[in-house]
Design a protein around this ligand. Structure first.
Ligand code: 5GP
Length: 190
């Protein structure tokens, strides 16, 4: 049986990755989502085991030592990692899976998976990114500043991705990602 396709989605904080993925998962069966492990504290509306697996730094380090992660990174001051087992299970069953990870994680995945598909979400402009982050009201002043500061560095990696999508309208972006998935599936059938 052919292995599933690994999709990697990156983009700066506030670009709308979460909203887009929620939408994609809601109305697009046939693709799995990898829930990451993080040492970040949950936000008001986040649930353990749904948005992330929230763990202590000690637990994260223990998991890392036990080689439970496909990749890990320290992003905006917190640790994040992709659990290896679930991704491998999906791919070997022939099921596609999408990871929402930062640029450091994407680089590690590139070394391990030669045929993964990399998608980068861009904001329409920097001002809009700042507006969205502020409106989300999920960050402390310090975290907001750090996320905006890191945005330029993340965006500078855009050329290492196979597909670049400007998220100026949710429906349009979801449609564009579905088209990427469709195209990649058909390419592999050839
Ligand atoms: P947030 O704290 O806003 O949920 O996520 C912050 C950043 O961490 C985002 O850029 C997100 O893509 C990234 N991220 C989330 N999970 C992972 C992961 O498992 N690995 C890596 N490398 N980055 C992640």
């Amino acid at each position: 049986m052919a292995r599933g396709i690994l999709f990697v989605l990156s983009g700066p904080s506030g670009v709308g990755k979460g909203t887009i993925l929620d939408r994609l998962m809601d109305d697009y069966n046939g693709i799995n989502y990898s829930i990451s492990v993080t040492t970040r504290k949950p936000r008001k509306d986040e649930k353990d085991g749904i948005d992330y697996f929230f763990v202590s730094i000690e637990k994260f380090q223990e998991m890392k030592k036990e080689n439970q992660f496909l990749e890990t990174a320290c992003v905006h001051g917190n640790y994040y990692g992709t659990p290896q087992k679930y991704v491998e299970q999906c791919l070997s069953k022939g099921e596609d899976i999408i990871l929402e990870i930062d640029i450091q994680g994407a680089k590690q995945i590139k070394e391990k998976f030669k045929d993964a598909v990399y998608i980068f979400l861009l904001p329409p402009n920097n001002k809009e990114l700042k507006n969205r982050l502020e409106k989300r009201n999920s960050e402390t002043e310090e975290s907001l500043k750090r996320r905006l500061k890191n945005a330029d560095q993340e965006i500078s990696e855009v050329n290492n991705y196979d597909y670049r999508i400007v998220n100026d309208q949710i429906e349009k972006t979801v449609h564009a990602i579905k088209e990427v998935i469709k195209k990649e599936r058909s390419l592999r059938k050839e």
